[in-house]
Design a protein around this ligand. Structure first.
Ligand code: PMT
Length: 407
């Protein structure tokens, strides 16, 4: 793609150089535009050296003898010649400017003239990020179709820890790469996705849970929404933001997850059960905090409802995709769960493998279907794995609908 990279004036501006390099390595052509404030943090020369192109810094700075004319039209020409505009870091001020449509420098003027895909990667102090004004501006920009790469949590330049750190350049580049491939092939479908762990209480302060971060399920939900589906995401407690354009139903326990899934089942056409649901819950939750004693403590656990198996019984012509978290015999266990839970497709992953399964940004999966198809995907980012799973669902949908027609 031909990409314009707009660099805003924040301490994270230096990371835009790494983003430039990653985009070029992915085969994109990059034209950098810097705001005045960005030039306080990093020199245009850095980007000019990386891209081999003049960096655009102002509406009115041109070497041309007919400066007035070329200034007046350059933002239009740049807008027409590029496929994607990414702003990184997008400061609170820049977001506000873009949201109200103010055009007082090259970047904000370009944004108004731009008709291609816009990606915004915000970076700022946590209080500025969570301020209702910033969130309202983001909401406006997101509704207008801008893709937002949410910031990470971590150490900030102001010496505090929290949300607001520019997303890792690799994550921004990956998101841009996945956008290049976006199709709206799931328009008209309603996805019901489950994600994250469940928490089963022992007493008012303790619970049994697992290491699921929600990343895999959230990425599937986000990808399905991008590919045109209406998406309902039933999620256990996680620490990642809900994807945009997705209806989030937060739950805690396996029983709550079951209830939410059953309530949403009627409208769903494709169900992806990625959540790591507890297999057992504590039979007698203590109403008071359990006291520590020298004696051994035994817990009595009852099995939780198997939501996937229940959906498998009620699914009718819906497409049902289950997951299997295994530590050995991945293919055998995946095929066994596919059949025993009446799924159409099952995605198995080894959760004891480095760079796969729980918490990781990557996964490595075996996808098995009832027709006997087996596909290996990974190791790759959870974004790529999500795209791959959706590609397989699209193929499955085609074969199921084809068979329906014959029947
Ligand atoms: O969240 P991340 O950190 O990104 O990690 C991703 C993941 C490892 C959680 C994900 O890739 C994954 O493997 N999810 C399934 C986890 C799991 O519970 O696997 P299982 O083999 O125990 O269960 C099989 C299937 O039955 C799953 O679809 C599960 O959602 C479902 N199930 C299980 C128990 C239960 N009581 N009800 C269910 O519906």
């Amino acid at each position: 793609m031909r990409i314009v990279l707009g660099v805003g004036g924040g301490i994270a501006a230096y990371k835009a150089a790494e983003l430039t390099r990653l985009l070029q390595q992915s085969g994109h052509q990059v034209q950098v535009v810097m705001t005045d404030a960005a030039r306080e943090f990093i020199q245009p020369l850095t980007f000019a050296a990386l891209t081999g192109r003049k960096v655009i810094t102002s509406l009115f700075s041109h070497e041309s003898s007919d400066a007035t004319l070329s200034s007046a039209v350059e933002h239009i020409a740049v807008a027409q010649e590029h496929d994607l505009l990414v702003v990184a870091p997008a400061t609170a001020d820049l977001l506000a400017k873009l949201a109200i449509g103010r055009a007082d420098d090259f970047l904000s003027t370009l944004y108004l003239a731009f008709t291609g895909t816009v990606v915004l990667a915000p970076a700022m102090n946590t209080a500025m990020w969570t301020h209702p004004a910033t969130q309202a501006n983001l909401e406006t920009l997101s509704r207008r179709g801008c893709e937002i790469v949410d910031p990470d949590d971590g150490w900030l330049a102001c010496g505090t820890v929290g949300a607001g750190r520019l997303a890792d350049p690799a994550r921004i580049a990956e998101r841009i790469n996945s956008l290049g491939k976006t199709r709206r092939d799931f328009e008209g479908e309603t996805f019901l996705v489950t994600a994250g762990p469940t928490q089963e209480a022992l007493d008012p302060v303790r619970y049994i849970s697992n290491r699921s971060s929600g990343k895999m399920g959230y990425t599937i939900a986000e990808t399905a929404a991008k590919r045109g589906a209406k998406v309902v995401l039933v999620s256990g407690p996680v620490n990642i933001p809900a994807p945009r354009n997705v209806e989030l139903i937060p739950v805690k326990t396996a029983h709550e997850m079951r209830q939410a899934v059953m309530e949403q089942l009627t409208d769903a056409t494709i169900i992806v059960k990625c959540a790591a649901v507890a297999d057992y819950y504590v039979a007698n939750v203590s109403p008071q905090k359990l006291k520590k004693t020298a004696a051994r403590l035994s817990l009595e656990l009852d099995p939780t409802p198997d939501i996937l198996a229940e959906v498998g019984q009620k699914k009718a012509d819906r497409i049902l995709v289950g997951f299997a978290a295994e530590t050995q015999n991945l293919l055998e266990e995946s095929r066994r769960k596919l059949l025993s839970k009446n799924c159409d497709m099952l995605v198995g992953n080894l959760v004891n493998q480095e760079g796969a399964g729980f918490e990781s940004d990557q996964n490595d999966v075996e996808i098995v279907t009832r027709s006997g198809r087996t596909v290996h995907a990974g190791p790759a980012s959870k974004y790529e794995i999500a795209e791959r799973i959706l590609d397989e669902i699209a193929m499955l949908r085609l074969s199921i609908r084809g068979m329906d027609r014959i029947a």
